[in-house]
Design a protein around this ligand. Structure first.
Ligand SMILES: Cc1cc2nc3c(=O)[nH]c(=O)nc-3n(C[C@H](O)[C@H](O)[C@H](O)COP(=O)(O)OP(=O)(O)OC[C@H]3O[C@@H](n4cnc5c(N)ncnc54)[C@H](O)[C@@H]3O)c2cc1C
Length: 534
C-alpha cells in the first residue's frame, strides 16, 4: 500500500464503495457476458433511494429518549437515511434486495456511542427493554452478520461504532498500538503512518471495513502471508457485555488457562462489543516489490505455493489464480476484459520490508519457483494487481445492473485435501447454475494448508436471489463433504449457520450457547447470528 486510501463517506447505499469510483464495464466484458453467459438486462431498473420500502420504526419513544440520555440526542438517529444505510451488509444478496427497494431488515434506530462506558450503558438499557443490538462497524459483512432475528424483540438498534475512532497509544518498544474499533482501515493506517508503523491488514474491503469488524469476523488481508491474519495481530482487547467489562490479554502468550481472546475473535457481536484493541504493529516497509510468475497448470502452481509456505521466508503477498481467472484477467483487475488474455496460471508475489530482507526473500522465492517450473514475468503483472487490488468490488454493481449475478465464496483446508476441495466446489457451482463462469485463486497460504477463493458470474434468472441461494447451498454442501471449513475469513453470520453447526457438532454448539447465556442472558446481542440453535 503506497498511501492509505480515504474514500468518501457514506458508502453507496445499494452498492459498493465510494460513489465517485463507480466503474463502467469494459466493452469486451459486456460482449463476453452476452455471448458466453447469455446475460440480458434485468426486467426492472434498480430502485432509487426514494423508492426504498422501509418498515415503520418500532422502538417506543421512551426507549429512544433513554438512549439519547446516554449518548446525546444527535447520536440516536431514527431517520430514513440512517436506517437505510445500516440495513444488512454488502453480500450480493444484500445488494439485490436493496436494488429491489427492500429495506425490511432495517434497524429501528442507529445509536452512535462515544465511549466504552456509553456502550456498557446502552447494552444495559437494551437488555432491560429487550431491544436487539447489532454492533455495526463498516457494514461490509458478506455473510448476513448484520441481519439479526427480530422476533421476540421490542426493536432493533444498530450500534454504529464510528465515533470510537482514536489511536489511543503506541508502544514502540513492544511494537503494539491501542486503537478503537470504529477506525476504518485507511484511517488506522494513516494514524500509524505518523509513527512510521503499519498494521499490514489489506482485505479487499479495506476502504470501508473497521478494526472491530476485522476482529469480530476473523478477517484475513491480502498480505496475510507476510503480516498474518487479523486474529494473529490482536494481543489484547476490551469488551463490553451486558454483564460487564472484560479486559483480555496481559502478555503476548500465556499459559494461564485457555486464551479468552479467542472467545471474542470471530464472535460477530454475539458475545459482546469490542471497544478497544491492542494490536501488533510493524515498521512501515521501506521497500515494496511486486512481481508475476506463470505456471502451466493450477496443480503445478499449487505445489509451488505449498513449498514457499513450508520452506520459510515467504513473500508478503502470495496468490495463485487458476486458468479461468488468469484468462479472464481478474488476476490483474486493471486488465479485465483485455483481448488475448494470458494462458496458464498467474502467481502474484509481493515482498515488503527492509531492503536486505526483501532481497533475501525474493531470491529464496525465485530459486524455489524456478525449480518448481515457474516462469518469471517481471514486475508488471504484480504491479497491475497491486494497482487494481481494490477495484473488483466496484465492478459488481455494474455487473448486477447489466443482469449478471457475481458473488464470491471462500473456504480453506489442509494441502492434501486442496485438489479435491477445488474440484468439488467448482462442480457444485457448475451443477447448480448451468453454465456460469467459475474462477478461483489461492488467496492465503500457511505451512499446513491454504484458502480457496471462488468468484462466480452467471446470467440472472427471474429470481436471482433464489438462484444464488441454491448455488450457495450446493457449494456449502460440497465444502463440508470435501473436508473444508465453511469460512476462512468471511465469518458465519446467518448465511453459514447451518454448515457451521455441522462443522462444530452438537457439543460445540452447546459451548457457544453456554457462553452466550452467561454473557448475554437476555439474548439481545445480534440474535440469530453465529450461534447454532437446536
Ligand atoms: C467487497 C468486499 C470485499 C471483502 N474482502 C474481504 C477480504 O479480503 N478479507 C476479509 O477478511 N473479509 C473481506 N470482506 C468481508 C468483510 O469486509 C469483513 O468481514 C470485515 O471484517 C467486516 O468488517 P466491518 O467493519 O465492515 O464489520 P461489519 O460488517 O460492520 O460487521 C461484521 C460483524 O462483526 C460484528 N461487529 C462489528 N464491529 C464489532 C465490534 N466492535 N464488536 C463486536 N462485534 C462487531 C457485526 O455485528 C457483524 O456481525 C469483504 C467484503 C466485501 C463487501
Amino acid at each position: 500500500m503506497e498511501s492509505p486510501l480515504l474514500p468518501a463517506e457514506p458508502m453507496l447505499w445499494s452498492g459498493w464503495g465510494d460513489p465517485a469510483r463507480a466503474a463502467e464495464l469494459p466493452a469486451p466484458v459486456r460482449e463476453l457476458l452476452t455471448e458466453l453467459l447469455g446475460v440480458r438486462p434485468p426486467a426492472a431498473p434498480a430502485a432509487t433511494f426514494g423508492e426504498v420500502r422501509l418498515p415503520p420504526a418500532a422502538l417506543p419513544q421512551a426507549v429512544l429518549a433513554a438512549l439519547a440520555a446516554v449518548t446525546g440526542e444527535e447520536h440516536v438517529r431514527a431517520d430514513d437515511d440512517a436506517r437505510i444505510r445500516h440495513t444488512r451488509g454488502k453480500s450480493t444478496p444484500d445488494l439485490l434486495l436493496m436494488r429491489a427497494g427492500d429495506a425490511s431488515d432495517a434497524p429501528d434506530a442507529v445509536v452512535l456511542p462515544g465511549s466504552h462506558e456509553e456502550v456498557v450503558e446502552v447494552l444495559r438499557l437494551c437488555a432491560e427493554h429487550r431491544v436487539a443490538v447489532v454492533p455495526f462497524g463498516g457494514g461490509t459483512s458478506v455473510v448476513g452478520g448484520l441481519t439479526p432475528a427480530r422476533r421476540g424483540y421490542a426493536g432493533v438498534v444498530a450500534l454504529d461504532l464510528g465515533r470510537l475512532d482514536r489511536l489511543r497509544s503506541v508502544d514502540p518498544v513492544s511494537m503494539t498500538a491501542d486503537l478503537e474499533p470504529g477506525l476504518r482501515a485507511p484511517q488506522a493506517e494513516r494514524l500509524l503512518a505518523g509513527h512510521g508503523l503499519t498494521l499490514g491488514h489489506f482485505p479487499q474491503s479495506y476502504e470501508y471495513a473497521t478494526l472491530g469488524g476485522f476482529a469480530a469476523a476473523r478477517s484475513s488481508g491480502q498480505a496475510s502471508a507476510g503480516y498474518g491474519r487479523f486474529d494473529d495481530m490482536v494481543v489484547g482487547m476490551t469488551v463490553a457485555t451486558p454483564r460487564g467489562t472484560l479486559e483480555i490479554g496481559r502478555a503476548p502468550k500465556s499459559a494461564a488457562g485457555p486464551d479468552l481472546r479467542q472467545v471474542f475473535l470471530g464472535s460477530e457481536g454475539a458475545f459482546g462489543v469490542i471497544t478497544s484493541l491492542r494490536l501488533r504493529v510493524h515498521r512501515a516497509p521501506a521497500v515494496r516489490a511486486y512481481e508475476g510468475w506463470r505456471f502451466e497448470t493450477f496443480a503445478a502452481g499449487t505445489a509451488a505455493l505449498r513449498r514457499l509456505a513450508q520452506e520459510g521466508a515467504p513473500p508478503t503477498v502470495l496468490r495463485l489464480s487458476d486458468e479461468t481467472e488468469t484468462m479472464v484477467g481478474l488476476a490483474k483487475p486493471t486488465d479485465l476484459g483485455t483481448p488475448g488474455g494470458d494462458s496458464g496460471c498467474l502467481v502474484v508475489a509481493g515482498f515488503e520490508g527492509a531492503p536486505g530482507d526483501v532481497a533475501h526473500r525474493r531470491e529464496h522465492a525465485a530459486a524455489l519457483l524456478v525449480e518448481a517450473g515457474g516462469v518469471h514475468l517481471g514486475p508488471e503483472p504484480g504491479e497491475k494487481w497491486a494497482q487494481g487490488r481494490f477495484s473488483a468490488p466496484y465492478l459488481r454493481d455494474s455487473l448486477l445492473a447489466a443482469g449478471a449475478t457475481v458473488e464470491t465464496l471462500e473456504t480453506a483446508c489442509f494441502w492434501s485435501d486442496l485438489p479435491r476441495l477445488y474440484d468439488a466446489v467448482r462442480l457444485a457451482l457448475l451443477g447448480a447454475l448451468g453454465a456460469p463462469l467459475v474462477m478461483c485463486h489461492i488467496s492465503h497460504v500457511y505451512a499446513t494448508g491454504a484458502s480457496l477463493y471462488f468468484t462466480v458470474v452467471t446470467a440472472q434468472t427471474g429470481d436471482p436471489l433464489a438462484q444464488w441461494a441454491a448455488a450457495k447451498r450446493a457449494a456449502g454442501e460440497a465444502i463440508v463433504a470435501a473436508g473444508g471449513t465453511i469460512s476462512h475469513h468471511h465469518g458465519v453470520g446467518r448465511d453459514h449457520l447451518e454448515a457451521y453447526a455441522a462443522e462444530i457438532g452438537d457439543l460445540g454448539g452447546e459451548i457457544l450457547r453456554g457462553i452466550k447465556e452467561r454473557l448475554d442472558p437476555a439474548g439481545i446481542l445480534n440474535p440469530g447470528v453465529l450461534i447454532p440453535v437446536y
